[in-house]
Design a protein around this ligand. Structure first.
Ligand code: 9MR
Ligand code: ZN
Length: 542
């Protein structure tokens, strides 16, 4: 008999709760801590659906009646599992996932009592630009992933998403204390201080003509060593237009967010965004930066990045030029698109939709288009979710590199549509993506580090491997049908099962800053709407 497949972090007290299994559930029981039987699985509360890719039945037991905050036991024969119902499981994950950015900081020593993460300052040497052969200070920012590179495409899309929280859950951005003591040093909330750390690095990556460099890294990936031991020569790779455009978008958005707390910094961001836009206007797409042998974030078109930049620049400046650009480009980008592209570094078009749909300012006709795309997309996602045995919005072909991020990105689409419409099916759909990533999946595993024994213990992460210390709150890529050909470690199998918890398995078990972004946004939103967000006013500590 298989095991129970449940959300490993726990279900929110007032929300629907499901126990899944690959075997019939009849006779399974939920007991309270003192062994009183509270629920028994039977015909009335168990449903069966087929998983298309696994060609197998999945059983789903509705245990929503459990509302008391407690650790329950689920058992059947000699199988035994824990099922947790908590007041606000979203808060805990938000906190860990947001803190993980702090723990990924480059260029400063880290000594975090809470997690034990500790290392000396790293990557402070001046870097050489590959094209111009000049030296530059590009220190700071977050390490991108399990490697120590710092890349503009993921930086831009991550910062952009984290700043969406100001609209969706303003109190988190304004007051959040992550126990990193950054607020004490900077006078702004820990979330803003964290985002600012990345923005400061991004600003160092802009050339005087407004163009923005693609990435900084050593020429090749280092071995599994500590960041401060990674002292190979640092290279700054070419200026490229997609990078310049996501930079412009993120900076323009940051200028709105920081206006209230640090007006000088806000104008610095806006000036940088403006300069980047000027560069874009005078340059055709430049899509082939020199790239060395580290992370490859090359994209086929910069139209989506430019569109997002125009949207953010318009909202920050209200200058007609940007609105004109949006009017001209909008339909070409979105017509015929029923489901919006799940936000990702390669295609950021959905960021433009979110910007215009969630904030006023653009003309009503254009805003209406953005709102409609968001809502129609969410409706399509709900029907996918209703067909899927685990309520996951991924299509059969979408179990590719970073599928866990893709599921959460659909969750962000649903959350934003819920914010606009308050339609309960959108909120439920968002919660289903959350459940999927935390254990309601065929492997019963959570893909967020630090969320218990069924979460990744061996992520592909240089610091974690070298130090033996876990960074909690990191989302790994999750199931990937092609991983076998990519990292050679994951066995060849159907998409939903293609995962192993192995530090060599970089195509399924590596985290990245852009994977964590939708996790933070979704956790933050659910905390605000379903958890204690409203009462706590941004306090996420115990
Ligand atoms: O997340 C990226 C994924 O979308 C790509 O398919 C994959 C292959 O290009 O690369 C992933 O990004 C990795 C990057 O290239 C280097 N740093 C680690 C990233 C996460 O694995
Ligand atoms: Zn570093």
């Amino acid at each position: 008999m298989g095991r129970f497949l449940v959300n490993r972090v726990g279900y929110a007290a007032g929300q629907p709760k499901f126990v899944y299994s690959l075997d019939p559930l009849q006779g399974a029981r939920v007991m309270s801590e003192d062994a009183t039987v509270l629920l028994t699985a039977g015909e009335k509360n168990v449903e069966m659906r087929y998983e298309q890719e696994m060609h197998t039945a999945i059983y789903r037991w509705d245990v929503s009646e459990l509302r008391r905050e407690e650790r329950y036991r689920v058992s059947r024969g000699d199988e035994d599992d824990t099922l947790r119902v908590a007041r606000d499981p979203f808060r805990e994950v938000f906190r860990l996932a947001m803190r993980s950015y702090y723990l990924q900081r480059c260029g400063q020593a880290i000594d975090d009592r809470e997690s034990g993460v500790q290392h000396a300052a790293c990557h402070l040497a001046l870097a050489t630009t590959v094209e111009e052969g000049e030296t530059r200070d590009v220190s700071g920012g977050w390490h991108d992933a399990g490697d120590y590179g710092r890349y503009m495409p993921t930086a831009g899309v991550t910062v952009g998403q984290l700043l969406l929280l100001l609209v969706l859950v303003p109190e988190l951005v304004q007051y959040c204390d992550l126990g990193t003591r950054e607020a004490e040093k900077s006078g702004i909330s820990d979330v803003l201080a964290e985002v600012r750390y990345e923005l400061d690095w991004m600003l160092r990556m802009q050339r005087s003509d407004g163009g923005v460099y693609h990435k900084v890294s050593t020429e090749r990936f280092p071995g599994m060593i500590m960041p401060e031991a990674d002292d190979g020569r640092l290279w700054v790779y070419s200026v490229a237009t997609p990078d310049t455009a996501v930079f412009a978008a993120a900076m323009a958005r940051a200028s709105r967010v920081f206006q209230a707390v640090d007006a000088r910094f806000a104008s610095q961001c806006l000036a940088a965004a403006d300069a980047a836009w000027k560069f874009l206007k005078s340059h055709e797409p430049m899509l082939h930066p020199k790239n060395g042998f580290t992370g490859s974030y090359l994209t086929k078109s910069d139209a989506d990045e430019r569109l997002w930049a125009a949207a953010e620049l318009f909202l920050s400046t209200r200058e007609q030029e940007f609105q004109e650009y949006l009017r001209q480009q909008w339909d070409a980008m979105f017509s015929g698109q029923a489901v919006l592209v799940p936000i990702n570094w390669e295609d950021v078009s959905t960021m433009a939709v979110l910007a215009l749909a969630l904030e006023d300012g653009v003309d009503v006709a254009l805003q209406e288009k953005a709102k409609q795309s968001l809502i129609v997309s969410a409706e399509h996602l709900v029907s996918r979710i209703n067909r899927h045995p685990f309520g996951c919005a991924l299509l059969p072909g979408e179990y590719r590199w970073a599928s866990a991020k893709t599921a959460l990105a659909y969750g962000v689409n649903l959350a934003a549509a819920h914010y606009l419409t308050k339609r309960p099916e959108f909120l439920l759909g968002a919660v289903r993506q959350w459940d999927y990533v935390l254990g309601c999946n065929p492997l019963g595993r959570s893909w967020v580090t630090g969320t218990g024994p069924d979460s990744p213990q061996h992520p592909h992460h240089r610091y974690v491997v070298a130090s033996g210390i876990m960074i909690p709150g990191l989302l790994v890529g999750g199931p990937n049908a092609q991983a076998h050909q990519q990292d050679g470690i994951v066995p060849e199998t159907v998409g939903p099962l293609a995962y192993v918890d192995d530090e060599r398995a970089y195509a399924v078990n590596e985290p990245a800053i852009d994977y964590n972004a939708p996790l933070v946004v979704l956790a933050g939103y659910l905390h605000g709407v379903l958890g204690q967000g409203r009462e706590n006013g941004g306090n996420v500590n115990d």
